[in-house]
Write a protein that binds this ligand. Structure first.
Ligand code: SF4
Ligand code: SF4
Length: 385
């Protein structure tokens, strides 16, 4: 395993962090985590040198923190790893909620301190909530009391908001969505460089853009095949992120032991500045090809849910994108045909409840019209361009 400096102390974190939000589950219920399989994955990662474990209050509908707590109680070694979890900023209604939520999290984790505490999912509104409730002043007190060691934030909004938050406090670290497709979205490359200049460590989430970079369509696979360096699409995506000096750790929300094993192997190759100019140009070509093929930039984060009329927004967007990327419109229409009419795209009432919650700023109601036209009315992709 390779390690990099982290935050304002002498911590060394593994370049691969275990994102505890996509554990295997039983019966399709995200709160029903398959503990045996998940423990095996966590143990493999820990034995391979992974020392950064990232959970959060809402992951697996509240069960991720509990599972992480049970794992370290059973297996031990908590003192050798760094546990990150996050204050659910959207649940803070008064300053009293800050202590209440942190204490609940410590109890669920069965720990008396958290290494890295993040203000979760900051955007313009949630940042205002944090300021209104003096969350940073509160965090400084709980850091002094030893309940948390370092303070950071995770981010979902546009660059100007990132700059405002980043420069408002002497943060230890910032967690951002970053991958070779997202250099101009959210914090983007500009935000990552600004963090580096200020000595703020970068934790990267969504390095595979919600898994979409893992299984490339034929035109993208053909581009990868042109390279003299042979790497899997996942490895290309990870090495692109690790190539950058501002990045301390990549979080991967792993769902199988095989994924853990593959990511551990990739992490062994993580070196800053290793990509050649030709390799960077190839990645740039891949970016252009993906943009051409995948029209809706949905990462399946599910922040837009629930929809007012219960449309499974990311599921429908996933179908639309895959039909486009894999050139499989007819089979996707059959699949789409199984969706209940009451929750098809045409059921959207354009209520605007979902759009402010979308970190990708997707104009969801407009896309619903296009999805309905292609999937329900027999229009072609070109018809709705
Ligand atoms: S705009 Fe459409 S998709 Fe969004 S919440 Fe309203 S009904 Fe659902
Ligand atoms: S539409 Fe936006 S909020 Fe909803 S899952 Fe996709 S990226 Fe997330």
């Amino acid at each position: 395993m390779k390690y990099r400096n982290f935050g304002k102390t002498n911590d060394l974190v593994s370049v691969l962090g275990f994102g505890c939000m996509r554990f295997p589950t039983i019966g399709g219920d995200s709160a029903n985590i398959d503990e045996e399989k998940s423990f095996a994955m966590l143990k493999y990662a820990m034995d391979a040198g992974v020392n950064y474990f990232d959970t959060a209050y809402p992951y697996h509908r509240g069960e991720s923190e509990r599972l992480v707590g049970r794992f370290f109680q059973q297996v031990g070694g908590r003192e050798n790893v760094h546990i990150a979890t996050k204050l659910p900023s959207w649940l803070v209604k008064s300053p009293d909620d800050l202590d209440r939520l942190l204490n609940e999290q410590l109890e669920k984790l069965q720990m008396d301190y958290i290494d890295y505490y993040l203000l979760h999912a900051l955007n313009k509104d949630h940042w205002q909530t944090m300021k209104d409730n003096a969350a940073i002043q509160w965090a400084e007190k709980v850091m002094a009391a030893g309940k948390i060691r370092q303070l950071g934030f995770s981010f979902h909004d546009e660059y100007p908001v990132f700059e405002e938050i980043l420069t408002s406090y002497d943060w230890s670290f910032a967690q951002v969505q970053y991958n070779y497709m997202d250099i101009e979205n959210q914090a983007g490359a500009k935000g990552v460089h600004l963090a580096g200049e200020r000595g703020v460590s970068i934790v990267v989430m969504e390095p595979l853009l919600g898994g979409r970079l893992a299984n490339p369509p034929q035109p993208v696979a053909a581009l990868w095949d042109q390279s003299e360096t042979k790497r899997s699409p996942v490895d290309w995506a990870l090495q692109w992120v690790w190539d950058q000096p501002e990045v301390s750790v990549i979080l991967s929300g792993m769902s199988t032991l095989e994924q853990v094993q593959q990511n551990v192997e990739s992490a062994k190759q993580a070196v800053v500045g290793q990509l050649t100019q030709a390799e960077k140009e190839l990645i740039s070509d891949v970016r252009v090809e993906y943009k051409r093929l995948s029209p809706i930039p949905c990462t399946n984060c599910q922040y837009c849910l629930p929809c007012t009329v219960d449309i499974k927004i990311p599921e429908l967007f996933g179908m639309y994108n895959e039909a486009r990327m894999y050139d499989s419109l007819e089979s996707t229409r059959q699949w789409y045909g199984h969706v209940d009419d009451a929750v098809k795209a045409s059921a959207c009432i354009d209520c605007d409840a979902c759009e402010p919650k979308c970190p990708q700023n997707i104009v969801i109601s407009d896309w619903m019209v296009k999805v309905a036209a292609v999937m329900e009315e027999g229009k072609s992709f070109e018809d709705v361009m």
